[in-house]
Structure formats: C-alpha cells, structure tokens
Write a protein that binds this ligand. Structure first.
Ligand code: CDP
Length: 240
C-alpha cells in the first residue's frame, strides 16, 4: 500500500460538480485545492475588460500574447475560507462566474499560448503534491502521472439545473435556457479543440453523479480509490 502525499486530478464536463467535490476532498485530506478553470476565467476576464475581445467575440491574439506574460493571477483565501481569484492585485472572484466570462472562456482556453501560460502556474502548484485540482485536462495533460484520476459526468439537464441554481443564489439573472446553451457550447468547444481537449484519460475512473449526493460521492471515493493510498476523507457534520 502506497503512502505519502498524492495528486488527485478531477476532470469532466461543465457543471458536473467537480469543484464542490474537489474542495471537500482537499479539506478532508488537508490538501490544497486548485481550480484550473478559475485561471482560464481570469485570463478571459482580463482579455475582455482590456479590449482584446470585440463585440463579435473576435480575439486579438497577437496583442494578447504580447501582454499575457505581464499578467499576474493569484489565489487568496478569505476569512470564510473560500478561495478568491486576484488579477494584478484586484479581487475578481465575483466577475469570473458571470455570463460575459462564461460565454468567452472556451474560445480563450483553446488558444495554445493561453494554455501554456496557465499550465506553468498549475504545474507549480503540484510541485509538493498534496493537491486536488479540477479542470478539463488535468489527468491527461497537466498531471498525466497523477495518482488518482476521476472523470465526472452527469446528464446535461442535471448539470444545467445545478449551474442555474448556483447563479440564481448569487443574484445573477441568467435563464435556465441560456445556462443550458452555454454549457452545451462550452462542452463542444472544450472537447473538440486541438490542444489538450477534454477527454477521459485512459486510466481515469468515471463517476456519473446525476443521482448522487455529495455524501455518496465522498463515500465512493473513500471506498473505491483512497484505500490504496491509505487515505480517507473525514468530514465534519457541518460540511455537507
Ligand atoms: O465551472 P465549470 O465546470 O463550468 O467551468 P470551469 O471549470 O470554471 O472552466 C471554465 C472553462 O475553462 C471551461 O469551459 C474550459 O473552456 C476552460 N478550462 C480548460 O480549458 N481547461 C481546464 N483545465 C479548466 C478549464
């Protein structure tokens, strides 16, 4: 039986509940949680607010590539223990989940130099292991040697409803139809791009959580995957 810190890579389609699950797993193991999508969203927010994406969605790649190395994206934890995304020192967390960013993020994330830029930051976070990272290509491209790889799926309707409720709770005005449409569009672009498309790694274990609660998912992880590494996610009463 192996022991010591490991990397857990969680990939899957949009709104499969990867980040909620990944956060809980990281907390339960005392590991670091990293949301790779937040980095792509931050780059998109930067590009959009600085005029590198026009009204028709065209991206000025040449100039974006020129300025990107000077862009600084960091994560800090707030008093409530939630990770916040900072762009050049400013907290942009509340903007990066909004529909303007969601509708441009996949075209930005398919640009190879953007992926290279983000990957440098992601790999740095995994240097000491003890990491749970979620995204689209973590088990295939970012950490192909991750000890545990999970590929999460759920039906389109279930996923869109989850995201719709999440946005409603934040006071966003998106309709269910627009959320579903964005989800389908992103899934399509993410799985058809040339560089590191969204696909299940050969050695990833699939988890369809359409009718599973978070507790069920943790129980599944504790029973099926973690015993091999002598690990167990322990959750406090208040956490789910
Ligand atoms: O929360 P949701 O699953 O909808 O998306 P996210 O994880 O915040 O990722 C937003 C977008 O970033 C995705 O639709 C992808 O286009 C891109 N992404 C990526 O290309 N590779 C990753 N490892 C993570 C995100």
């Amino acid at each position: 039986m192996a022991s010591g810190k490991i990397i857990i890579a969680i990939d899957g389609y949009s709104s499969t509940g990867k980040s909620t699950f990944a956060k809980l797993v990281a907390k339960g193991l005392g590991y670091i949680y990293a949301d790779s999508g937040a980095l792509y969203r931050a780059v998109t927010y930067f590009a959009y607010t600085n005029g590198f994406i026009d009204d028709r969605g065209n991206i000025d790649k040449e100039n974006l590539q020129r300025v990107l190395p000077k862009v600084e994206i960091t994560f800090r934890t707030n008093k409530k223990g939630d990770s916040q995304t900072f762009l050049n020192g400013a907290n942009i967390e509340k903007y990066i989940r909004q529909s303007t960013v969601s509708s441009h993020v996949s075209p930005i994330a398919e640009i190879p130099f953007v992926r290279d830029f983000v990957n440098v930051m992601l790999r740095r976070m995994g240097q000491d292991k003890g990491l749970v990272m979620d995204g689209r290509d973590i088990g295939t491209a970012v950490f192909p040697n991750a000890e545990i790889k999970i590929f999460m799926t759920a039906s389109e309707q279930v996923r869109a409803m989850r995201r719709f409720k999440e946005l409603q709770a934040k006071g966003e005005k998106d309709t269910f139809e627009s959320v579903l449409e964005n989800l389908k569009k992103r899934d399509y672009i993410d799985s058809h791009r040339e560089k590191d498309p969204l696909t299940k790694a050969k050695d990833a274990i699939e988890l369809d959580n359409s009718s599973m609660s978070l507790e069920d998912e943790i129980e599944w992880l504790n029973t099926i995957l973690l015993p091999n590494f002598n690990l167990k996610v322990e959750l406090g009463q208040q956490e789910i």
